[in-house]
Design a protein around this ligand. Structure first.
Ligand SMILES: Nc1ncnc2c1ncn2[C@@H]1O[C@H](COP(=O)(O)OP(=O)(O)O)[C@@H](O)[C@H]1O
Ligand SMILES: [Mg+2]
Length: 661
C-alpha cells in the first residue's frame, strides 16, 4: 500500500461514539497528485541544489519540506534571503501514488463513525486548480471505473453498509448538493418542474426505484439499458435535466436549527433509501454541475461544491435513573467540500466577468481564512461566519459542533512550488482550529429531566445575541444607522401581514414595506447567457442521421462514445465477476453447511480436525461474501456511471446540433 502505513488510523473510539466534549483540532492530511516523470526530481531529497524549488515528501514522518529560491534582486541584502526553507508537519502525508481507497481508509471512517452517532463531520479539499481536489472528493466525473471513486461515493457505500448492518437503530439518510459560484447558490439536486410535468430526476428516481433491490440481480445487459435510454434521450425533445436557472437559489436565507445546525432554506434534501439511490443523486448533481458551468460559462474549478449526507438515527436507550426505555433521536451531517481553486488570479490579467469571478473566489477563500484565524484566537468572541455564503453554510463545520478534516491537495512540481507553499501554510493555520464536537440530540432531550430544554433555549438566546452583534457590525461597516434590529411590535407585524396579503393578491414586490430590514436581491443579469435550450424542430429520421455523424465526430462524439463503450464493457465484466463470486459464495456455504451437519451428527465433542476445517470454511465464506458486497457496490457505481456517460453523450449531442442546424 502506497501510504497506508504512514497514515494515522484514528481509532473509532477516539473520534466516534465515545468522543465526548473533548476539544479536537482540525486534522490535516496532505495529498500530492502524481506528477510527470520530468517533474519527479522535485520530489526527491537529491533534487539538484541549483533547482529553483524543491519539495520533499516524507510520508512516514508526516513531513513536507519545501525549499524555494528567491530572486537575489529581492533579497534586500539579507545573507540567506535568497533561499527559503520550510518544514511542515501534518497529521498525515499520502504518497503521490496513494489510491483512492488508501485516501478514503485514511480519512473518512472516524468521521463516518461520528456521524452515525450524532456528531457532525466535514471534509474539505483545498488547493490550487489541478491539484486533485475534485478527483479526491468526486472521482473522475464521467469515468465508470470503480477504482477512481472519490470520497463522496465511497462515503455513501460505507454509510449504507453501516446502516444496513445496524440492528439497534433506524436511520434516515438525506442528501443535498450545493454549488456556490460568484456568491450565488445553485441547488444541484433541484427538482423544479420541467415542461412535461415530471422532473428528469423523478423519472430517474422512478427508474432507480424499479431496479431497487440489487442492481446485480438485474441481469439486463447494459447494451439493452443503453439503447432504450439513449433512444428516449435522443428522440425526446426534452433535455434530460434541469437548467442553471432551475438550480439557482436566489434567496440566501439561512436557518439555524437547534439540532441540525446551519441549513440553507429551500435547499433540496433528497431522502435516499439505498446506495443506488444515493449514487443516482450524486451523479445527477455532478451532471448538473457540468450543466451549470457550461450554461454560465465558467470552469467548475472556480466554484465551491458541497455534498452533504444528513443522517438521522432513532434508537431506544434506557434512562439512567429509572431504567425506562425511551426513544432517542440523533441527527448529524457529513459535508464533503470541494473548494474552488485557491490560486490568486492576478487582477491585471483579468477582465470583466473573469475579474468578478476571481474577486468572489479570493473573497470567499479569504473569509474562510479569516474565520479560521479568528477560531484560532482564544480572545476572539465573535467569529465572522456570515461574511460569505461558504463560511455561513459551513458555520457549524468550522469550529463549533463538528469534527473537521482538511485534505490539502498539492501539485508537487517545481513550477507549482509557490502555490504548494501557500496551500501548506493555509493547512498549517487550519491545524490550529479547535472544535468541540457535541452530539446532536433531538426529541427526548428536550423533555429530559436534566434541564436540557433550558440549554436549547440558552443556545437560541446566544445565537440571537450573536446575530444582533453581527447586524450591528455590518451596519457600522456599511455606515447605516437607521436599521432597527429589536423585535417587531405587534402593530408592525400586523402591517407586514397586510402587506404580504396585498402582495399575494397583486404580486407587486414594491408594496412589501419591510421597513428596517434589507432584502438581499441577487444579481439576475443573465443577458450574457446564451439560451442553450433551443429546441430543434426536425424529424426523427433527420436526427438519427445527424446522430450517426455525431458518433463519428472525433472531437466530441467519438471520445464520449468510446468512454461509454469502456464503461459498458467494464460493467459487463463486473457482472460476470459477480456471477462467479456468487457461485463461490454458494459453494463455500454448501461446504460449511455440510461440516456443520457433521458436527451435529458426531457423538461427543467434534474432532480437532473438524473444528479446523470449520474455521477455514467460515473464513472462506466471509471472504467470498465480502468480495460479493464489494463487487455489488462497484456494480451500483458503474451502473450509475454508465447512465451518466450516456446522458453526457445525449447532452453533448444537443449542444452539437445547435451549430450544425
Ligand atoms: N491522485 C490522482 N491520481 C490520478 N489522477 C489525478 C490525481 N489527482 C488529480 N488527478 C487528475 O488531474 C487532473 C486535475 O485534477 P482535478 O481533481 O480536476 O483538480 P482540481 O479539482 O484540484 O482542480 C484530473 O484530470 C484528475 O483526474
Ligand atoms: Mg476541481
Amino acid at each position: 500500500m502506497a501510504s497506508a502505513a504512514a497514515l494515522p488510523r484514528t481509532p473509532a473510539s477516539s473520534a466516534g461514539a465515545n468522543a465526548d466534549r473533548k476539544t479536537q483540532r482540525v486534522r490535516v492530511l496532505v495529498r500530492p497528485r502524481p506528477v510527470d516523470a520530468s517533474e519527479v526530481s522535485a520530489l526527491t531529497p537529491e533534487c539538484p541544489p541549483d533547482a529553483r524549488a524543491a519539495l520533499t515528501l516524507e510520508p512516514a514522518q508526516k513531513n513536507v519540506n519545501v525549499r524555494v529560491k528567491r530572486d537575489p534582486r529581492h533579497a534586500h541584502g539579507k545573507v540567506d534571503a535568497g533561499e527559503e526553507r520550510w518544514a511542515f508537519k501534518f497529521d498525515g502525508v499520502f504518497a503521490p501514488d496513494a489510491t483512492q481507497e488508501d485516501v478514503f481508509e485514511g480519512s473518512v471512517p472516524p468521521l463516518l463513525d461520528g456521524v452515525l452517532h450524532g456528531y457532525n463531520g466535514t471534509i474539505f479539499a483545498y488547493g490550487q486548480t489541478g491539484a486533485g481536489k475534485t478527483f479526491t472528493m468526486m472521482g473522475k466525473p464521467g469515468n465508470a471505473d470503480p477504482h477512481t471513486r472519490g470520497l463522496a461515493a465511497r462515503s455513501i457505500t460505507a454509510l449504507f453498509r453501516a446502516v444496513e448492518s445496524a440492528a439497534d437503530a433506524v436511520y434516515t439518510i438525506r442528501m443535498s448538493y450545493l454549488e456556490i459560484y460568484k456568491e450565488q447558490c445553485y441547488d444541484l439536486l433541484s427538482t423544479d418542474a420541467e415542461s412535461d410535468g415530471q422532473t428528469a430526476s423523478s423519472k430517474r428516481r422512478a427508474k432507480a426505484g424499479n431496479n431497487h433491490g440489487g442492481s446485480d440481480d438485474d441481469e439486463d445487459e447494459p447494451d439493452e439499458i443503453d439503447r432504450a435510454a439513449m433512444e428516449r434521450d435522443i428522440s425526446s425533445r426534452n433535455r434530460p435535466r434541469s437548467t442553471s436557472k432551475q438550480m439557482l437559489r436566489s434567496s440566501f436565507q439561512f436557518a439555524t436549527h437547534a439540532q441540525e445546525g446551519t441549513t440553507l432554506l429551500g435547499l433540496s434534501r433528497r431522502t435516499v433509501r439505498s446506495e443506488e439511490e444515493a449514487l443516482t443523486c450524486l451523479f445527477e448533481g455532478d451532471m448538473n454541475r457540468a450543466i451549470a458551468s457550461h450554461e454560465l460559462n465558467y470552469s467548475s474549478t472556480r466554484s465551491h461544491c458541497i455534498v452533504t449526507l444528513w443522517v438521522e438515527r432513532r434508537f431506544s436507550e434506557a434512562e439512567s435513573e429509572t431504567g425506562i426505555m425511551r426513544e432517542r433521536v440523533t441527527s448529524a451531517k457529513l459535508h464533503l467540500v470541494d473548494l474552488a481553486g485557491s490560486e490568486r488570479v492576478l487582477k491585471t490579467n483579468s477582465l470583466g466577468s473573469v475579474l468578478q469571478e476571481a474577486k468572489a473566489i479570493n473573497k470567499s477563500l479569504s473569509f474562510l481564512e479569516q474565520v479560521v484565524v479568528a477560531l484560532g484566537d482564544k480572545r476572539r468572541e465573535h467569529i465572522p461566519y456570515r461574511q460569505s455564503l461558504l463560511t455561513h453554510f459551513l458555520q457549524d463545520s468550522l469550529g463549533g459542533n463538528c469534527k473537521s478534516l482538511l485534505i490539502a491537495c498539492v501539485w508537487p512540481a517545481v513550477s507549482h512550488a509557490e502555490q504548494t507553499l501557500a496551500t501548506l501554510k493555509f493547512a498549517t493555520r487550519m491545524m490550529r482550529v479547535k472544535n468541540v464536537p457535541v452530539r446532536n440530540n433531538m426529541g427526548s432531550d428536550l423533555e429530559g429531566p436534566n434541564g436540557a430544554g433550558a440549554k436549547v433555549v440558552q443556545a437560541y438566546k446566544d445565537e440571537i445575541r450573536m446575530l444582533r452583534e453581527e447586524l450591528a457590525l455590518r451596519d457600522a461597516f456599511y455606515e447605516v444607522s437607521n436599521y432597527q434590529h429589536a423585535p417587531f411590535s405587534k402593530e408592525a407585524i400586523s402591517t407586514f401581514r397586510n402587506d404580504v396579503a396585498q402582495f399575494m393578491k397583486h404580486g407587486d414586490a414594491h408594496k412589501l414595506g419591510i421597513q428596517g430590514r434589507r432584502v438581499r436581491v441577487p444579481d439576475h443579469d443573465r443577458a450574457s447567457m446564451m439560451d442553450k435550450r433551443v429546441r430543434m424542430e426536425m424529424d426523427a429520421a433527420e436526427r438519427e442521421k445527424l446522430f450517426a455523424t455525431f458518433k463519428m465526430d472525433g472531437k466530441v462524439g467519438a471520445p464520449l462514445f468510446s468512454a461509454l463503450e469502456d464503461a459498458k464493457r467494464g460493467l459487463v465484466e463486473m457482472k460476470a465477476r459477480s456471477r462467479t463470486i456468487k457461485e463461490h459464495v454458494k459453494a463455500a456455504k454448501a461446504s460449511l453447511d455440510e461440516s456443520l451437519q457433521r458436527v451435529h451428527a458426531e457423538e461427543g465433542a467434534p474432532s480437532h480436525e473438524l473444528i479446523e476445517t470449520l474455521r477455514a470454511q467460515k473464513a472462506e465464506y466471509r471472504l467470498q461474501t465480502d468480495a460479493l458486497k464489494e463487487v455489488k457496490s462497484e456494480i451500483a457505481f458503474a451502473t450509475q456511471a454508465v447512465k451518466s456517460c450516456r446522458q453526457r453523450a445525449a447532452c453533448a449531442f444537443e449542444e452539437w446540433l445547435i451549430p450544425s442546424a
